[in-house]
Design a binder for this molecule. Structure first.
Ligand code: NAD
Ligand code: TYD
Length: 352
């Protein structure tokens, strides 16, 4: 089996669902169920013996030791993290704990476990670390896209904590020989995306007739990838990736934020028109994010050349599927917009 951390979050849940839809290998899913973790994302797996869910923390070394000894996973796929830049600005402590200390704890447990394996099991073991393009910093309009050798220049507490975790993974390979791979991926979007992030927030606010907050001038550029394409990239790395290597994963879809917001408004106008007029009337420019990175872009040629991976979705197909999913899953959105979610919205947007 494989051990997945953070498998009740946005990308982790998509990964677990896709994995069990395409393979028969069981998944041990370790998740602390923070505000971002949601068992409802995995409801379709209820009663499926191939999915073993453990409610626990990646900082809990004794728990991880026990899980590794008991289940003997052949690979660890490490998603668990605090993942939202704005939250890291309001409170960086939890990011250091989960992203840095948690990754350290997991690496140490994996090292002890791997050193105790023999022969084929030891040679086949893998620790895959899921990271972000944000560790590379911000690009100017004419800079080349990030390659795997780009210098690390993290600018937010979130990206700094992820950069630290990437360095730990690298060092555990070079010093101890732990078989690791790392992927640095661009912005994901798709089903089960928590509505604190741009795309699901805009859809939820538009349907509720609320302002659509665009930070600063809205000209910041992100490279968007449909979440199932990220999942297929990780499967390709697990299957064919080389130990010690880093793979950049992206969608070849650079878009300014304001274009994303306008595209969402146009799709909603088509699929669920509002008698009050186009949703674009709700677009509201608000105070910028401190230290806001201007542009991210991924050069994904290495993973294509070496592992034969390319995204299956274009932005046009992926964003249409995403809007349709949110329209069909309004109850999911309502459930995650709990009391704690409303407190976050108040904290992040009231003073903007
Ligand atoms: P998310 O915030 O939706 O989910 C994170 C999950 O980790 C949640 O289920 C949460 O309960 C769990 N978790 C948090 N702290 C934990 C702890 N201490 N112990 C165990 N579980 C814990 O995040 P996501 O968007 O799904 O991102 C998953 C991974 O992918 C992260 O490592 C993130 O840095 C990386 N990533 C995300 C994106 C993106 O666009 N969302 C892009 C590139 C890389
Ligand atoms: P986000 O989804 O938080 O991802 P990240 O910061 O990891 O890239 O934000 C994507 C972009 O959208 C980013 O440039 C910030 C911007 N943004 C807004 O303009 N308004 C919002 O309300 C949010 C949440 C994000």
């Amino acid at each position: 089996m494989i051990l997945v951390t953070g498998g009740a979050g946005f990308i982790g849940a998509n990964f677990v669902l896709d994995w069990l839809a395409t393979r028969d290998e069981p998944v041990l899913n370790l998740d602390a169920l923070t505000y971002a973790g949601n068992r409802e994302n995995l409801a379709s797996l209820d009663g499926d013996a191939r999915h073993v869910f453990v409610h626990g923390d990646i900082c809990d070394r004794a728990l991880i030791d026990r899980l590794l000894a008991e289940h003997q996973p052949r690979a660890i796929v490490h998603f668990a993290a605090e993942s939202h830049v704005d939250r890291s600005i309001h409170g960086p402590g939890e990011f250091m704990r989960t992203n840095v200390e948690g990754t350290f704890t997991l690496l140490e447990a994996a090292r002890a476990h791997w050193q105790g394996l023999d022969g084929d099991a030891k040679a086949a073991f893998r620790f895959h670390h899921v990271s972000t393009d944000e560790v590379y910093g911000s690009l100017g309009p004419n800079d080349p896209a990030f390659t795997e050798t780009k210098t690390y220049e993290p600018n937010s507490p979130y990206s700094a904590s992820k950069a630290a975790s990437d360095h730990l993974v690298r060092a555990w390979h070079h010093t101890y020989g732990l078989p690791v791979t790392t992927s640095n991926c661009s912005n994901n979007y798709g089903p089960y995306h928590f509505p604190e992030k741009l795309i699901p927030l805009i859809i939820a606010n538009a349907l509720a007739g609320k302002p659509l907050p665009v930070y600063g001038d809205g000209q910041q550029i992100r490279d968007w990838l449909y979440v199932t394409d990220h999942c297929s990239a990780i499967r390709a790395i697990l299957d064919k990736g080389t130990s010690g290597e880093v793979y950049n994963v992206g969608g070849w879809n650079e878009k300014p934020n304001i274009d994303i917001v306008k595209t969402l408004c146009a799709l909603l106008d088509e699929l669920q028109p509002d008698p009050a007029g186009s949703y674009s009337r709700l677009i509201t420019y608000v105070a910028d994010r401190p230290g806001h990175d201007r542009r991210y872009a991924i050069d994904a040629r290495k993973i294509e050349r070496e592992l034969g991976w390319r995204p299956a979705e274009t932005f046009e197909t992926g964003i249409r599927k995403t809007v349709a999913w949110y329209l069909e899953h309004q109850d999911w959105v309502a459930h995650v917009q709990s009391g704690a979610y409303r407190e976050w919205v108040e904290k992040n947007y009231a003073a903007r």
